[in-house]
Design a protein. Structure first.
Length: 411
């Protein structure tokens, strides 16, 4: 048994050395968010807002496509090796951002140059999506091995804290770097992303990895893993509608009503999310993942009701805070259940299959909720999202009764 598996002491302290890599990659994810769409694609290259928005969301496609194999590779080859590939993908994403920023100056601005630069920028988004899925899956699996099955919720919870904290920090740093050279704002961001990827790869060399656990029987297919985690993934997908809607439409909602301080609402969401994750994640082990998840889904439904019934910036602020509180514990609560559906040797593929539910949901929230809002208005959109959040309780309960889904009762 390696040193990593024999560590004792506080579970929180045990996850910190490895979860740092998750923080590093999510800072890189946040770095270009403030500049690659609005400044580079829209202002510098002159593409419409829709293309600029697609540039941001394309990352989720890269995350989804590479998540399909991340879990199997982690289980077969060990988390450290797959984490290294994730950090390499992070570095490549940074280099591609630098190249995209340099193309207009090197080739001159014309129609062909604009599309070449856009293509390189889009490719960088696919690579950062790859980096996200392989890093998050590796770090989560590695930390579950470090703390043991009893503290799975701790490993998953701190992944979430570093994810959203890292993105927020990255956006701040990206805005700062982009302000120095507005015309080529993506260049310093790309340099920073490249440097952080190289630093992470170098730092990883000093870590002792954990060996893959021997599989009992045949390797698990991704679709079998999906079936096993289906009841918990369904609840996660339901809650992701609330999170994805607030994340994608809160600023548009505020702008449409001529309200200021949308930044305060987003900050409140992030602060509440992190505080609830840190202060109350222990409730998952004390009360069980399913009860905590169901309370989370109800909280998100109440948040959507606030958007519907309190038509003001105050209602938006309360709704954002409650969404952050509700979604905060949902992922680790149901994730703790998902990884218990089979042996620890399949932890990587189970957490990857579970995570796909939020990847896909957030990817479809944009066009789906945009169509609903355009046809039926804001209140109806938020009401539908609230119903979807609450429906996660029903679907999770029903799906858990299907043979082969969820944790199987022993007789």
């Amino acid at each position: 048994m390696s040193e990593e598996e024999t560590l004792t002491g506080s579970p929180t302290l045990r996850v910190m050395p490895v979860v740092f890599f998750n923080l590093l990659v999510y800072v890189v994810i946040g770095l270009p968010n403030a500049v690659i769409g609005a400044q580079f694609v829209h202002q510098t290259l002159g593409f419409p807002t829709a293309v600029a928005g697609m540039t941001i969301t394309l990352q989720y496609l890269g995350t989804f496509l590479t998540r399909l194999v991340a879990g199997q590779l982690v289980d077969h080859q060990g988390p450290k090796k797959i984490l290294r590939y994730g950090l390499i993908a992070c570095t490549i994403s940074g280099l591609l951002m630098c190249l995209a920023a340099a193309i207009p100056g090197l080739m001159g601005m014309n129609s062909a140059t604009r599309y070449v630069a856009l293509g390189v920028a889009l490719l960088s988004r696919l690579f950062i999506g790859w980096a996200e899925s392989w890093t998050a899956t590796s770090v989560t699996t590695w930390n579950i091995r470090r703390v043991g099955p009893k503290h799975t919720s701790v490993a998953i919870s701190w992944n979430g804290v570093t994810s959203y904290g890292g993105i927020a920090l990255g956006v701040i740093i990206g805005k700062f770097l982009g302000s120095f050279m507005p015309a080529i704002s993506l260049m310093p961001v790309g340099f920073a992303a490249t440097a952080m990827g190289i630093f992470g790869s170098a730092l990883l060399c000093f870590y002792t990895g954990v060996k893959p656990l021997p599989a009992k029987g045949e390797p698990m297919s991704f679709f079998k893993a999906l079936r096993k985690v289906l009841p918990y993934g369904a609840a996660l997908a339901a809650g992701s509608f609330g999170f994805g809607t607030v994340n994608g439409y809160l600023s548009i909602y505020y702008s449409a009503n001529n309200w200021g301080n949308v930044g305060v609402a987003f900050s409140t969401f992030a602060i509440v999310f992190v505080l609830v994750r840190i202060l109350f994640s222990s409730q998952i082990d004390k009360r069980g993942g399913v009860p905590v998840a169901y309370v989370s889904l109800v909280t998100e439904a109440v948040a959507m009701a606030c958007f519907c019934l309190i038509h003001s910036s105050t209602g938006g602020l309360i709704g954002a805070a409650l969404t952050g509180a509700g979604f905060s514990l949902l992922f680790p609560a149901m994730g703790t259940m998902a990884v218990q559906t089979d042996g620890p040797e399949f932890g990587g593929i189970l957490i990857a299959a579970y995570s796909v539910f939020t990847d896909l949901t957030i990817a479809i929230v944009g066009p789906l909720m945009g169509a609903i809002q355009g046809s039926l208005g804001w209140s109806t959109m938020f009401a539908i999202v609230g119903i979807l959040c609450a429906s996660g309780i029903f679907f999770s309960s029903i799906l858990s009764r299907i043979p082969g889904c969820g944790i199987q009762k022993t007789t």
